[in-house]
Design a protein around this ligand. Structure first.
Ligand SMILES: [Zn+2]
Length: 663
């Protein structure tokens, strides 16, 4: 017994002496300030990353911290701060009892000093580290004065929205230095570190306000403020910097930051991006109003991306209708999240078909077909529920018929389509060809709006793929220009194939059978456009381009719940049209797509796709890669006397030159 108490005494003395080991000063030094400014292409500030959790904040001294901030912080977190020795025994005992009852760590009973230690060392949450934390806290109290500890705390603690330290928080939320904070504002900020995301005022303003009033009440109870001051602060309206200003182009800024590793970020002070903030604001308003108008169709979100075709620069990047609408997961970015593209991949299927010898006049059987998708037998149906017999490739693509797309993919092979899509940088299509099967062309693989939009921009660029560009200038903390890799240009399709696909996607007449006359996709200037709808109306897409810009739109719900029968046209189409009008107004240029060399136009019979003859019921101008144009005059019409309503039978079609691919 005596030995035991002697050793216990020895341990206690050791523990006591160990507290006098000086606290490592270097961890308390303020790290160099990192203020990273993200600007749009014209120099408008989009976001300033003020500080980070390694204590890089715009450090202020104890003298610069106003009394109201100190008192409010003490009231909110640790009112005995100036009396205790670094730990609050009563609070710890209370916490231990609570935690034992709940059989897990609920509350820490932490003092400001302990919270500061936690903030510096990020210890794991368990009993062992709790004791280590207490040991450090006691040592810190011996090494530093109370005022010094408070200064450390107020310069390091997180206030949410990536702000650390009272100075950064004061500028971020109220756009003023801490010395100008009112009593109400000081109490408001003092309440945030308890739960920076729970009390995030841009997402849960009422919670944050309730917390502020709690802090004010405590201040009153502790006689830190008078009844008068309490009443005034209680009533004072909180003029927070609006979220539109605090978070300009929020999804885009997040995207930009995600491209820079954390380590590198500390050496960067300035990024001029490609975004056009004026355009961004206009698109945000259009998108938000549009989603509101679709509420009754159970649509809660949309995303829009605009790329400059010549450079691949992203001009506008709106990831959701409202970044702060947590009930609809507004912080999710509809531009980078993966969704089923529906028909939006079909143009690439047909581009490959053109490469492999089909032409826009090739007759494709739009007749019943049975395929296996993921081991299940499946008979693809067209959107209108009908089969259309033998149709020209132009009609098949323009009207987005599913059955003909499957027939064509069957010819060209899933593997070769997948290989080409990978060349177009569809990184998310990372499974084996067998996994997707023929359903690939119907949109069974999941892709991101960003991937789709930049793939379409390659068609606009006459077949040349360019990765998106988001940086114009990057400067390091010394103000020196930093270099960044420029994206390479890769030819993915020939100019001729790209032009024919563009020509079909811009053909207002060819899409009439499926979309009707004067649909929202018919713009008064040349514009190639394609829609897509995934199963059960979960996702709705419209992607298209003029020679200058490519615009990608997604409409749907982030939780994957289906919309109420919104088709490609009524879903994303009107928003696409409005954005194209917006772009057209900005710069009126010649909107005609440049026609590459090596193409030839001939009149063909709309039924057979062969050269139009005198017996044919009509003739249409069709465009071919030189050498692939039809050589024979239609030998079908005189024999079978097709009327407008009649469809070709397989036997009839076999007489034409242009079914050779499907014999
Ligand atoms: Zn004919």
């Amino acid at each position: 017994m005596r030995i035991f108490s002697a050793s216990l005494g020895f341990i206690l003395i050791l523990w006591g002496v160990s507290l006098y080991i000086p606290f490592p000063r270097e961890v308390l030094e303020p790290a160099p300030v990192v203020s990273l400014r993200i600007l749009d292409r014209n120099g408008n500030l989009l976001r300033e990353v003020l500080s980070d959790e390694e204590g890089r904040s715009q450090w202020i001294s104890f003298q610069e911290i106003p009394q109201n901030v100190i008192l409010a912080t003490l009231a909110a977190e640790d009112s005995h701060f100036y009396k205790h020795i670094g730990i609050d025994l009563k609070a710890i005992l209370r916490a231990v009892i609570q935690n034992i009852r709940a059989r897990r760590i609920l509350s820490g009973g932490s003092t400001l000093t302990q919270q500061l230690i936690k903030n510096i060392y990020h210890f794991p949450r368990n009993w062992f580290w709790k004791i280590v934390e207490i040991w450090y806290a006691l040592r810190l109290e011996i090494s530093l004065s109370k005022d010094e500890i408070l200064t450390q705390y107020l310069n390091r603690v997180p206030y949410g929205n990536q702000t650390f330290g009272i100075n950064a928080a004061s500028w971020f939320y109220f756009n003023k230095p801490p010395s100008h904070l009112s009593q109400a504002e000081a109490a408001f900020l003092a309440g945030l570190p308890r739960g920076p995301s729970i009390y995030n005022p841009y997402r849960h303003f009422h919670r944050a306000q309730k917390r502020q009033r709690e802090v004010l009440q405590r201040m009153l109870n502790k006689e830190m403020i008078t009844q008068e001051e309490y009443k005034r602060a209680f009533k004072e309206p909180l003029n927070l910097v609006t979220s539109e200003i605090a978070f300009r182009a929020p999804h885009f800024c997040d995207f930009v930051l995600s491209k820079i590793p954390l380590k590198e970020r500390q050496n960067i002070s300035f990024i001029r991006t490609t975004l056009d903030f004026q355009l961004q604001k206009d698109v945000e308003v259009l998108l938000r109003n549009y989603v509101k108008s679709l509420e009754k169709w159970e649509v809660s979100n949309a995303a829009a991306l605009i790329m400059d075709n010549e450079t691949g620069e992203i001009l506008s990047f709106v990831g959701s209708a409202d970044f702060f609408d947590s009930s609809h997961s507004g912080q999710v970015s509809g531009i980078t999240s993966l969704r089923q593209p529906g028909s939006a991949l079909k143009p690439f299927t047909y581009a490959l078909a053109l490469e492999q010898g089909m032409t826009s006049a090739t007759l494709i059987p739009d007749t019943e077909i049975h395929i296996r998708i993921k081991g299940i037998n499946y008979a693809p149906k067209n959107y209108d529920g009908k089969f259309h017999g033998f149709i020209r490739l132009r009609e098949a693509l323009a009207c987005s018929y599913n059955v003909s797309a499957v027939r064509v993919l069957e010819k060209i092979g899933v593997e070769s389509l997948l290989r080409r899509l990978k060349k177009l940088d569809f990184k998310s299509l990372n499974k084996e060809p067998n996994y997707y099967g023929l359903g690939l062309t119907l949109g069974d693989g999941e892709v991101a709006l960003l991937e789709l939009t930049r793939a379409y921009s390659s068609l606009a660029r006459a077949g040349v793929f360019k990765k998106e560009k988001i940086f114009l200038e990057i400067k390091d903390t010394q103000g020196k220009m930093k270099s960044f890799p420029e994206s390479q240009s890769i030819r993915v399709f020939s100019p001729q194939v790209s032009y024919i696909i563009t020509n079909i996607l811009a053909d207002k007449d060819a899409r009439i059978p499926a979309f009707g006359e004067g649909s929202c996709l018919s713009l008064p200037f040349p514009c190639a456009v394609k829609t897509g709808t995934s199963g059960n109306f979960r996702d709705n897409w419209t992607i298209g381009y003029t020679p200058y810009w490519t615009v990608g739109i997604w409409v749907g719900n982030f939780d994957g719940s289906p919309m109420h029968s919104v088709s490609g046209v009524s879903g994303a189409g009107p928003l696409f049209r409005d954005i194209m009008f917006l772009l057209e107004k900005r710069e009126k240029k010649n909107f005609n797509f440049a026609v590459p060399e090596g193409l030839i136009e001939v009149y063909v019979c709309p039924k057979s796709g062969m050269l139009a003859g005198s017996f044919c019921s009509g003739k249409i101008k069709e465009i071919f890669i030189k050498g692939t144009e039809p050589k024979q005059v239609c030998n079908l019409c005189p024999h079978v006397l097709l009327t407008n309503q009649e469809k070709l039978t397989t036997e009839d079609a076999e007489n034409t030159e242009f079914t050779k691919n499907f014999k």
